[in-house]
Write a protein that binds this ligand. Structure first.
Ligand code: NAD
Ligand code: DAU
Length: 332
């Protein structure tokens, strides 16, 4: 049994990981989360207080971070400003949390010798043409497009430097687009599901031909636990489940699964600098560590996600009106 510190554990993917750890190990967990607009303590409801403790605080608070590292065997770092659209409106919090926050954690890992796993994104590699036969691998050059992805790329490079220069015992994973329960309504899939539930037409940026490589969040969590247990120190692992879909196909499937006509959506203003396509080759993780996704059927995963939003309106409704008002101001 070990004690884990999970940063950003009240967010979408971090809370999924905490649920996963409680269900599949006997570890105990401290969650360090600032509870920004994206953090929700309700995402940790139902977990035993004897196993999981929530500490509200900033990953850039060095004194707090130091105290929490002193009592932890390993740290899994999810905390971030995570939304591309927000990073176009106001990049500053992305620098503070994704760069300075990660630096603060790495310095603590260095002082305490703590095993550190850094959660990152496939967006650090930029984008691919729609007809490119190649997918991203661990050796694809970094080429981020947005303020969000450039700060994530910066944080990855800090981790690599702290491994090489100071011997920090770290691994990195770069995952594709997650979907599933407890994702903020600002993001593509929950936005469209909750739009339909509220009688609002789904909104597709531009022509909707952009492709994302979808993975059910539970599969991301099992991959992270596998890397934490068996990953080679200093190594990077790409996480993906072969789930490429165009945004247009996703919106049409949401509408069909919710019993609406497949064309009942609007095209809206495109995202500035919008990455065209992401695609992950996760062979290293599969071949070296034996990981496999368990939820590779997108339609059934999307159906389960729709059911969750139908049944958990109290979780998402408080953020919905303000999120839509902010999109409407930008013509989105
Ligand atoms: P999210 O926005 O849902 O959650 C982020 C969490 O971090 C929130 O709980 C927030 O309160 C917390 N946080 C923000 N700033 C903080 C700070 N300064 N100190 C402490 N806590 C802070 O994000 P998510 O989608 O769950 O993403 C989590 C991580 O996974 C991020 O690092 C993101 O880059 C990465 N990632 C996300 C995806 C995806 O599809 N969502 C895919 C690959 C990687
Ligand atoms: O690839 C991993 C990344 O996936 C993570 O690093 C990010 O944290 C996560 O937010 C996600 O980034 P995207 O920008 O791909 O996700 P988002 O949900 O914002 O958008 C998915 C696609 O849908 C993208 O092409 C933009 C489009 N979109 C989005 C919204 C909100 C729409 O067409 N309409 C919308 O209303």
């Amino acid at each position: 049994m070990a004690h884990l510190l999970v940063t950003g554990g009240a967010g979408f993917i971090g809370s999924n990981f905490v649920h996963h750890v409680v269900a599949h190990t006997d570890h105990t967990v401290s969650v360090l989360d600032k509870l920004t607009y994206a953090g929700n303590p309700a995402s940790l409801e139902g977990l035993p207080g004897t196993r999981v403790k929530l500490v509200q605080g900033d990953i850039a608070d060095a004194a707090l971070v130091d105290r929490l590292f002193a009592e932890s065997d390993a740290v899994v770092h999810y905390a971030a400003e995570s939304h591309n659209d927000n990073s176009l409106d106001d990049p500053r919090p992305f620098l503070d949390t994704n760069i300075v926050g990660t630096y603060t954690l790495l310095e603590a890992a260095r002082r305490h010798g703590t095993r550190f796993h850094h959660i990152s994104t496939d967006e650090v590699y930029g984008d691919l043409e729609l007809d490119d036969p190649e997918r991203f691998t661990e050796t694809t050059p970094y080429n981020p497009s947005s303020p969000y992805s450039s700060t994530k790329a910066g944080s990855d490079l800090l981790v690599r430097a702290w491994v090489r220069s100071f011997g920090v015992r770290a691994t990195i994973s770069n995952c594709s687009n997650n979907y599933g329960p407890r994702q903020h309504v600002e993001k593509f899939i929950p936005r469209q599901i909750t739009n339909v539930l509220q009688g609002i037409r789904p909104k597709l940026y531009g022509a909707g031909l952009n492709v994302r490589d979808w993975i059910f969040a539970d599969d991301h969590s099992s991959a992270v636990l596998t890397i934490l247990e068996k990953g080679r120190l200093g190594e990077t692992y790409l996480v993906g489940a072969d789930g490429e879909k165009s945004n247009k196909d996703v919106v049409e499937l949401v509408l069909r699964l919710m019993g609406r006509p497949a064309d009942a959506y609007d095209h809206v203003v495109d995202r500035a600098g919008h990455d065209l396509r992401y695609a992950i080759d996760s062979s290293r993780l599969r071949d070296e560590l034996g990981w496999r996704p368990s939820y590779a059927d997108f339609e059934s995963g999307l159906g389960a996600t729709i059911d969750w939003y139908r049944e958990n309106e109290s979780w998402w409704a408080p953020a919905k009106a303000a999120t839509e008002a902010s999109y409407a101001r930008k013509g989105q």
